[in-house]
Design a protein around this ligand. Structure first.
Ligand code: IDP
Ligand code: MG
Length: 152
């Protein structure tokens, strides 16, 4: 089933010049890019984005971090895209993330773990809507996509 998910390259990934490397992984995997922008996350959006963690001790730190410097926001589609992206990102803490994952290849610290990916289909729809206006999402066909997966 085709799903849509939100991916953020967090401030550490942008500052470290890893935007191309991260996007390239999703492209090579065969996912379909339907939204992309560089932006500075404002505090209200950050607090809504991390609302599920409001009571956690690290809430203020994650809001401070995501608003500290620009991020790249993307919407990607593909079969099982939500779980696929989570698998490609690796465990939340890069210290224990498997090699071959984004966090496991590029990070060492839980606070600077490079990427965000939605953790469910319903949450993904909310997160895409938080970061993109409807007209910013582009409907298009990628050449050769039939060699990645059959259309559903
Ligand atoms: P996820 O990004 O793998 O979905 P979540 O549990 O949703 O992980 O946590 C959101 C973000 O909060 C993480 O990506 C990480 O940057 C940060 N975070 C999670 N747990 C901790 C912690 O124990 N200390 C500091 N930061 C944390
Ligand atoms: Mg999460």
């Amino acid at each position: 089933m085709t799903e849509r998910t939100l991916v953020l390259i967090k401030p550490d990934g942008v500052q470290r010049g890893l935007v191309g490397a991260v996007i390239g992984r999703f492209e090579r995997r065969g996912l379909h890019l339907v939204g992309l922008k560089l932006l500075r996350v404002d505090r209200l959006v950050a607090e809504r984005h991390y609302a599920e963690h409001r009571e956690r001790p690290f809430f203020a730190a994650v809001v401070d971090f995501i608003t500290s410097s620009p991020v790249v926001a993307m919407a990607w589609e593909g079969p099982g895209a939500v779980g696929l992206v989570r698998t490609m990102m690796g465990a939340t803490n890069p210290a224990t993330a498997a090699p071959g994952t984004i966090r496991g290849d590029f990070g060492v610290d839980v606070g600077q773990n490079l990427v965000h990916g939605s953790d469910g289909v319903a949450r993904a729809a909310e997160e895409v809507a938080l970061f993109f206006r409807p007209e910013e999402l582009v409907t298009w066909e990628r050449a050769g996509q039939e060699w990645v997966a059959p259309a559903d």
